[in-house]
Write a protein that binds this ligand. Sequence first.
Ligand SMILES: *[C@@H]1O[C@H](CO)[C@@H](O)[C@H](O)[C@H]1NC(C)=O
Ligand SMILES: *[C@@H]1O[C@H](CO)[C@@H](O)[C@H](O)[C@H]1NC(C)=O
Ligand SMILES: *[C@@H]1O[C@H](CO)[C@@H](O)[C@H](O)[C@H]1NC(C)=O
Ligand SMILES: *[C@@H]1O[C@H](CO)[C@@H](O)[C@H](O)[C@H]1NC(C)=O
Length: 287
Amino acid sequence: TWTEWWTYEGGISGPEYWGIVNPEWILCGRGKKQSPINIELDLLLFDPKLDQPIYIDDSQIKVTMTNTGHHLMAKIYSPNITNVNISGGPLSYQYRISEVIFHVGKDDRDGSEHSIQNVSFPAEIQLVGYNSDLYGNLSQALSSTNGVVIIALLVQINASGNSEVEKITQHVDQLIFKGNTLELDDWSLFNLLPFESNYITYEGSLTHPPCFETVTWVIMNRPIYMSENQLQKLRSLRSGSEENPKGPLVDNNRGSQPLNRRPLRTNINFNNPVSSLCTSFTFKLTI
Ligand SMILES: *[C@@H]1O[C@H](CO)[C@@H](O)[C@H](O)[C@H]1NC(C)=O
Ligand SMILES: *[C@@H]1O[C@H](CO)[C@@H](O)[C@H](O)[C@H]1NC(C)=O
Ligand SMILES: *[C@@H]1O[C@H](CO)[C@@H](O)[C@H](O)[C@H]1NC(C)=O
Ligand SMILES: *[C@@H]1O[C@H](CO)[C@@H](O)[C@H](O)[C@H]1NC(C)=O
């Protein structure tokens, strides 16, 4: 099927051809509001209207971690499972987190979808929510106006790593092959997020087919940390089934797309020395 068919590789299944091979994916090739993007700090516009923090429910949830062959992904099922609502920030509606997608590089130099000043990060974790004020589920929202929010967490490395990622990596042997799943009972998206109220936001798209331009992106202005060991375990996943394991499930990131005329808004107030300077990214850029 088409949903299975695309890849991140070169050749006709890869990103250069997504917009050509299937008419339903035309936005992947011709869209003007595509994601991801490279963030140039001198294009950031401070927006005083972005005066609300992002609210996310602090609840332990059940998730099904799945190796989809394209990504490691957490699927969060309603109806019996606690919803994780997200609102505030640039959002005019309430959204409900439905999936969490991992993008991981084959080594530490690359792996994130978004980059800052052309610097990539070893991984990027994306919390995908649908507009629950207007739509009933993610699949309906994906192609609908104001349908989706994606919170992007850029990953850096430190020795202690991340406790919510550890809940996955300690059982990584159950997720090696495409189709493998792992149930977690006590995952916390709240604890996965960095302790940070500054962010960058822009209007963009899904970063894989069908590349619908329905996504409000929110990129947190502070990385989260994984340990080298956690990253290595994620890199041990394969993109194929047990019978045909194919290559490692890494470098599953789309390249940067043109910003065109889109504004890149932020609540980082560059005139206020306390909240300013993209501190954490500046740190990244100077090491
Ligand atoms: C959801 O909860 C209802 C009522 O408690 C129950 O009948 C149903 O089987 C549950 N569904 C799932 C998928 O667990
Ligand atoms: C999420 O929002 C829904 C609808 O407003 C509400 O019923 C639910 O209690 C909220 N969930 C949590 C964990 O607060
Ligand atoms: C999503 O909502 C649409 C419209 O209500 C419905 O037709 C579809 O079956 C739902 N999909 C899933 C996966 O629940
Ligand atoms: C790694 O980062 C986390 C989150 O900022 C922090 O709590 C922890 O202390 C850091 N560990 C080390 C060894 O720096």
